[in-house]
Design a protein around this ligand. Structure first.
Ligand code: NAD
Length: 353
């Protein structure tokens, strides 16, 4: 029988990649609930817009009556929770939306999903899973050495990471208090197709291609671990299928890179794939650092690798090349984000509702 999963935030970057994979590669029926904030983009879902395996619903995870109705109607075996405000700089300028969606939204979703879970038969309860997608930023910042493990104490430093930390704790509490079968993944920085050009890698690709300065915060020595989005999606599938209930799994690419080296790698790849008379590196410039900018994140994903046999398929170099090629081939997607026309689909003129 075809599996039915409910995905929140499936018009965003990672959720969109995840929905496309589930429908097109795994033949799953996906109920896709997304509020369509500025970060939601129906262009990303064009390949499944008319697919009977994709049920698109514009709505808020805080809307308990809508979510209850969707759960009753479709009876999903799995809920995968991506929906969030996700941009650190935006959380510094305006934290309210992060509190509303990431904390209150997750709370309302948990309440609704718990009531649904309690209405299932024993057999259905044994199958049901709630997977919460989170970030390694909840662990704070590292010095020059060490790695975040699943037992690292939480020490979030931005309103974004603090709100995600709160949501992780709520998810954990719903398992321990009410027995909801939850799984949590804490992942490092993702990159890949369909990422908005406000995030580092697509921002640099876009600025390079349009002849603008490539701005680097501070000295560019901040370190992040990077994972290709498809590897993250595969990790989530693995945890849903094999993860131990109530457990947390760190997900990372074992690819620690300084920001300056990322920008150099983007420029070198563009020099190869779309050469001009000058190297794109000449466009690099340094700007004032972001307040509270965490120095280093690095993640130990050996639990996921050893227990569940997951490992990333892409290296940073191979994933970056795929990503840059995708942006070169999909300039129309980028242009529609930049000029705002992607939001014209909000009322569903050309995408099935
Ligand atoms: P994104 O900002 O691209 O997408 C978020 C999606 O959620 C958007 O489509 C938006 O419309 C939707 N949304 C926001 N508020 C909503 C609400 N109240 N109700 C319903 N939908 C709502 O984010 P992303 O980069 O795809 O991240 C997805 C998840 O993965 C987030 O939970 C994020 O914390 C986590 N994560 C992201 C990264 C990364 O590098 N991007 C790394 C680790 C974890």
């Amino acid at each position: 029988m075809q599996e039915k999963w409910l995905v929140t935030g499936g018009a965003g970057f990672i959720g969109g990649n995840f929905v496309l994979r589930q429908v097109l590669q795994h033949n799953r029926f996906i109920v896709n609930l997304d509020k369509l904030t500025y970060a939601g983009n129906l262009d990303t879902l064009a390949a499944v817009a008319d697919d009977p395996r994709h049920h698109w619903v514009q709505g808020d995870i805080q809307d308990q009556s809508l979510v209850t109705q969707l759960l009753k109607q479709h009876k999903p075996e799995v809920v995968v929770h991506f929906a969030a405000e996700s941009h650190v700089d935006r959380s510094i300028e305006g934290p309210q939306a992060f509190i509303d969606t990431n904390i209150m939204g997750t709370f309302h979703l948990l309440q609704t999903v718990l009531a649904y879970y309690q209405s299932l038969t024993d057999k259905q309860q044994q199958i049901f899973r709630f997977l919460h997608v989170s970030t390694d930023e909840v662990y704070g910042s590292l010095g020059d050495t060490g790695l975040f493990t699943e037992s690292t104490a939480y020490a979030p430093n931005s309103p974004y990471s603090a709100s995600k930390a709160a949501s992780d704790h709520l998810v954990r509490a719903y398992h321990h208090t009410y027995g909801l079968p939850v799984l949590t993944t804490n992942c490092s920085n993702n990159y890949g197709p369909y990422q908005f050009p406000e995030k580092l890698i697509p921002l640099m690709i876009d600025k390079a291609l349009t002849g603008q300065a490539l701005p680097i915060y501070g000295d560019g020595k901040n370190v992040r671990d990077w994972l290709y989005v498809e590897d993250h999606c595969r990790a989530i599938e693995t945890v849903i299928e094999q993860g131990r209930l109530g457990e947390v799994y760190n997900v990372g690419g074992n690819e620690e890179w300084q920001n300056i080296d990322i920008v150099h790698a983007v420029c070198e790849c563009l020099d190869r794939l779309k050469p001009t008379s000058n190297s794109y590196k000449e466009q690099i410039t340094f700007v004032k650092d972001r307040p509270g900018h965490d120095k280093r994140y690095a993640i130990d994903s050996s639990k996921l690798q050893n227990e569940l046999n997951w490992k990333p398929k892409e290296t940073f170099e191979s994933g970056l090349e795929k990503t840059i090629q995708w942006y070169l081939d999909n300039q129309n997607w980028v242009e529609r984000v930049k000029d705002g026309s992607y939001q014209g689909q909000r009322l569903g003129e050309d995408v099935k509702q």
